[in-house]
Design a protein around this ligand. Structure first.
Ligand code: HC0
Ligand code: SF4
Length: 572
């Protein structure tokens, strides 16, 4: 252990601890901007400078290891003045359009300026104006607001294993950009939006599709249908000041109806359907010697990662479309026929925790007879903005139910939103099919939780089903390397592109205190698992609306009609 004094308080911490961590353990809150524990520990922004007795200059505490007998001051005059100058220098180059910025009131730079009492701009240097990169269907990149903290670079490279952005040039010309300054849509960006979530300011944001949705809602010729992803219901409340993990499903449905949607369906219904289609496909591959391991295909960031970085695994992907695409396709076929509506007049809007679904919904491979399954995707954050624009008092809304005939779901579907959820849902159904029983023991705990890669061997009847779960695409890459090298052998793998799964998707409410990210993910996941535990039906094949869909329309699982509407194939 190492003894040191911080602001006159004596403390003892393990060797190797940084001064920042030691101070935080004493509840001394040194400000940071670029620092992200385990992800971006580079000392770039210098906001965390402290005075160390005997040192010739101020030191960046996030990268400074403690030393025996160290005496640290975190709030001296020199420290306060240095932080003030640093902030003013950042502001001199930052595009300060706070009132109209997507991160207004939710910006770490704005918050720090307020906390540090910045009341003027002392420096006005030469400014370079950059074109805003709007070509990606998912992510907008505005270098005029970038403060060069490097967090997005680290997340993209270390957490997602993609590394499509980096620092370029030097001095005042330093930027964060792609190779050859190409647009994000021209490089191997997977649209995951993790860089958006980590950006302290508004330099990265989602492509905002609210206008297209408002336009459809205002067009009386269009029949406008909303569907909501599992993870949205346990996060949307945060945008309205509710505790993290609060289930706001009923209020969310009411809000969507008040916004003017003709019908509000539940993506969870299609998650149940996915389990039937994917489970049937898996059993078929096991029985008929098909390509194994089969890998889930519902996370579009993961699909794009597989296409760009591991395309030797494309045939391992399940042919199932993702649930919201399935629901879109069924809205324009099954539902349209039932109601006598021209599918061309239906406009399907998916409310998703995900920015990659914006890209996915435009993919040619997913069209049915030339028609898109889903016409617009908005994130949890965009839905919150629409609700605020419509001046609704979200907290006081009554609870409403999803609409028939695609509004019922089971506990298996709602847990899709957390890493391991798709696997658990699939195991519940596959186990019942293989044993011919209605099994009671249906909590598959080894696939739950935030460990990057989870593995389990599940004994079902005579078969030992070997499964693995990865979340965050860098973890997926590691898992695929093991499979490729013959070090591991599975029947079925679940991959979700975002760390934690959809609960931590690139379109979810921004967690401003980044140190709390894991805690927030756990609470959102707990919200889903609590819903599951309380639901009367917890296995996808028990969903009565799914049974009706097969009886009335689809025929058999993996049958001709199902393939036409619900399956696809990704090619190199
Ligand atoms: Fe997900 Fe989904 S669970 S990807 O994480 O499979 O975005 O929440 O909607 O489509 O259902 C996201 C969440 C979905 C889909 C479902 C899947
Ligand atoms: Fe990297 Fe994902 Fe951001 Fe693309 S969206 S730049 S892959 S973090």
């Amino acid at each position: 252990m190492v003894n040191l004094t911080i602001d006159g308080i004596k403390t003892q911490v393990p060797k190797g601890t940084t001064v920042l961590a030691a101070a935080r353990s004493l509840n001394i809150n040194i400000p940071t901007l670029c620092f992200l524990k385990d992800i971006n520990e580079v000392g770039a922004c210098r906001m965390c400078v402290v005075e160390v007795k005997g040192a010739r200059s101020l030191q960046a505490s996030c990268v400074l290891p403690v030393a025996e007998g160290m005496e640290v001051k975190t709030n001296s005059k020199d420290v306060r003045e240095a932080r003030s100058v640093i902030l003013k220098l950042i502001l001199a180059r930052h595009e300060r359009e706070c009132l109209t910025c997507s991160r207004n009131l939710n910006c770490e730079l704005q918050k720090l300026c307020e906390e540090m009492g910045i009341d003027g701009l002392d420096f006005q240097g030469e400014k370079i104006t950059y074109a805003v990169d709007t070509a990606s269907p998912s992510v907008v990149r505005d270098q005029n607001k970038c403060i060069l903290c490097g967090r997005c670079i680290s997340v993209c490279r270390n957490v997602q294993g993609t590394g499509v952005i980096n620092f370029a040039r030097r001095g005042v010309k330093t930027t964060v950009t792609t190779s050859y300054d190409k647009g994000l849509s021209e490089v191997a960006c997977i649209n995951c939006g993790q860089c958006i979530k980590i950006c302290p300011v508004g330099a990265l944001r989602e492509k905002d599709d609210r206008d297209r949705v408002w336009e459809a809602l205002d067009n009386s010729d269009m029949y406008v249908v909303a569907q909501t992803a599992p993870a949205v219901r346990v996060a949307l409340g945060e945008e309205f000041g509710m505790p993290v993990g609060t289930n706001v499903e009923g209020k969310m449905v009411s809000a969507l109806k008040r916004l003017g949607f003709d019908k509000v369906f539940d993506t969870d219904f299609a998650a149940d359907l996915t389990i039937i289609e994917e489970g049937t496909e898996l059993l078929g591959r096991i029985k008929n010697g098909g390509k194994l391991p089969m890998i889930t295909s519902c996370s579009p960031g993961w699909i794009k990662y597989c296409e760009h970085y591991h395309n030797d695994f494309l045939d391992n992907l399940s042919s199932c479309k993702s649930p919201h695409q399935m629901l879109g396709a069924l809205t324009k076929s099954y539902y349209a026929e039932k109601m006598g509506i021209d599918p061309k007049k239906i406009f399907v809007v998916s409310i998703m925790p995900c920015t990659a679904k914006k890209f996915e919904s435009g993919r040619e491979e997913l069209k049915v007879d030339g028609l898109r399954d889903v016409d617009a995707v908005i994130t949890t954050r965009e839905l919150a903005r629409m609700i605020k624009e419509a001046r609704m008092d979200f907290g006081t809304l009554e609870d409403s139910k999803f609409d028939k005939v695609m509004g019922e779901s089971t506990g298996a579907a709602v847990i899709f939103g957390a890493t391991g959820g798709v696997m658990e849902a699939a195991l519940r159904t596959v186990a019942d099919i293989l044993t011919g029983q209605d099994l009671k023991d249906i909590d598959y705990n080894p696939v739950r939780g935030l460990e990057g890669i989870k593995e389990a061997a599940v004994k079902i009847g005579d078969l030992e089903v070997k499964v693995a779960v990865a979340h965050g695409t860098a973890n997926a890459g590691k898992l695929l390397d093991k499979v490729r090298n013959g070090e591991a052998n599975y029947h079925f793998i679940e991959v979700m592109g975002c760390p934690g799964g959809c609960i931590n998707g690139g379109g979810q409410p921004i967690i401003i205190d980044k140190e709390k990210t894991e805690e927030v993910c756990k609470k959102r996941a707990q919200g889903l698992y609590t819903m599951d535990a309380e639901m009367p039906l917890r296995k996808s094949h028990k969903n009565p609306e799914i049974k009706a869909l097969y009886d009335e329309y689809l025929g058999e699982a993996n049958g001709h009609k199902a393939h036409h509407l619900l399956h696809t194939h990704y090619v190199k």
